[in-house]
Design a protein around this ligand. Structure first.
Ligand SMILES: CC(C)(COP(=O)(O)OP(=O)(O)OC[C@H]1O[C@@H](n2cnc3c(N)ncnc32)[C@H](O)[C@@H]1OP(=O)(O)O)[C@@H](O)C(=O)NCCC(=O)NCCS
Length: 179
């Protein structure tokens, strides 16, 4: 059973330990963080989450109480009711490919659409990241833009989007056991 809890300063070292190299950092989090990921960069992110109506939420994902994942909502816009799902990670490799990632994403989307009452969630994912894309598609995310040779990394970046109607449809399918 996966639960989400607020990411705290005491979670920082574990997250750093889950990022083995610069390519993985880029695949997971995009170009904003510099390798090696360190406390200073993560404290700066945490500061942003500690404001009123924060534009960013950082969560750790616990499997029966053991931290195994990380997920964020960034760029939360309370007027346009939009945000970006980001930094999606099942940390220890042995926990990947068992459905925990999808469960974690479902909880983050529930928080975004139901608790924050957002209506539009965007994300970026590199085209080679088949398991991540597959997860997102199962929630109804659709690719709306393909950016070949994206910036410095030169990888193909996909932008995907999920709106409130897609989410309602996904929830209905979940409830009727269609997925
Ligand atoms: C992406 C990530 C969070 C997914 O979590 P996970 O727990 O491994 O994923 P799940 O087990 O919940 O689901 C993976 C799905 O992808 C499918 N999949 C795996 N490899 C695949 C491939 N090469 N092609 C297509 N689908 C694939 C699985 O079959 C599963 O779908 P299913 O339930 O229909 O069988 C995790 O793999 C991860 O942390 N990756 C490294 C960090 C990263 O790249 N994050 C995404 C940044 S955008």
């Amino acid at each position: 059973m996966i639960t989400l809890e607020k990411f705290e300063a005491s979670d920082i070292q574990r997250l750093i330990d889950w990022v083995p190299d610069a390519d993985f950092l880029l695949q997971w989090s995009g170009p904003k963080y510099m390798f090696p990921l360190d406390e200073k960069q993560l404290i700066a992110s945490l500061e942003v989450t500690r404001t009123d109506r924060p534009p960013q939420f950082m969560f750790k994902a616990l499997l029966d109480g053991t931290p195994i994942g990380h997920i964020e909502l960034m760029g939360v816009n309370y007027v346009e009711k939009s945000a970006v799902l980001a930094r999606v990670l099942i940390g220890p490799k042995q926990y990947r490919g068992q459905g925990w990632g999808k469960m974690m994403i479902r909880l983050a989307l529930h928080f975004a659409f139901e608790d924050l009452e957002l209506e539009d969630i965007d994300l970026g994912v590199f085209a080679f990241n088949k398991s991540a894309i597959h997860c997102y598609q199962q929630f109804g995310f659709k690719i709306y833009k393909t950016i070949p040779n994206h910036e410095d990394e030169g990888w193909t970046l996909l932008r995907m989007n999920l709106n409130g109607d897609d989410w309602v449809h996904t929830k209905k399918n979940d409830e009727s056991g269609e997925r």
